[in-house]
Design a protein around this ligand. Sequence first.
Ligand code: CP
Ligand code: NVA
Length: 311
Amino acid sequence: MTNTLSGRDLLTLADFSVAEIRLVLDTAHAQKTAWAAGERDTPLAGMSVALIFEKPSVRTRVSFEVACARLGATPIVLSGADSAFSRGETVADTAHVLERYCEAIVLRTFEQSKLDEVARVASVPVVNSLSDDHHPCQGLADLLTIEEHLGRLEGVKLAYVGDGNNMAHTYLHGGALTGMDVRIATPAGFEPSEAIVNEARAIAARTGATITVTSDPRAAVEGADVVATDTWASMGQEDEHVERLRAFAPFRVDDVLLDHASADARFIHCLPAHRGEEVTEEVIDSDRSIVFDQAENRLHAQKALLSLLLG
Ligand code: CP
Ligand code: NVA
């Protein structure tokens, strides 16, 4: 397939077509195999990538830095007090400066609208490395991981149990684009955005995916091939932690809930996990859990993504 992703942005998974998601996954599978076989291509030699973090990160920062290193590009990290978009400069001015140095801008921030603005003004590809609403890089890694373990994506029954947050939105888009049977279970008052559910349903009408949103975790998990969860209080919601513990307790992924999934169901979590809250030790440490394969695949998915956007 020709590379239709050259020069493009990734702000939500729905920015990519079904064929483009397939292109990223096939590229990632191929690059992962080639790396394991000892191939050391550096197609982005001489390029630089700005990695801006307005929220903390372990996996995303390290996997993007390593992906750049493996491709021959130089990663430039701006975080904390050095973060871009501070000191009163407009977002547009900062973006115009960065595009003179760097071949891509990867941004972790709060509002999706900031990513939209950077993407609108910057002449280089802009990648969302987590916003309050979406986590598309995690979504690509999760699709890669599910495909590696199950050998397919189409028809996979994916249950996400927990907060209707950026990960729920990402599974709605990713599952819809790849023809999955997506079930999202959240407590009342913590549902995913109606607009994003509607976007996923519109995509599903073309791909054969099905989208279910419920407040019943057992119904969501019934017969599932993959069970996913995420923190109950995302970055920026720390003040709500205690109140959320109460609302989310029936949505903890434990052995009793997981027994409703298929016998060989896999457990995934984008991490960081809060053991004893959204998932029990028994589940995350069990042989059903593939969370570290998933974390490793951040590297392979983002390496494929960067090589296509900058290719
Ligand atoms: N899953 C994920 O994005 O992890 P970090 O917040 O550590 O980057
Ligand atoms: N929903 C979580 C994901 C962390 C990778 C958060 O936004 O904090």
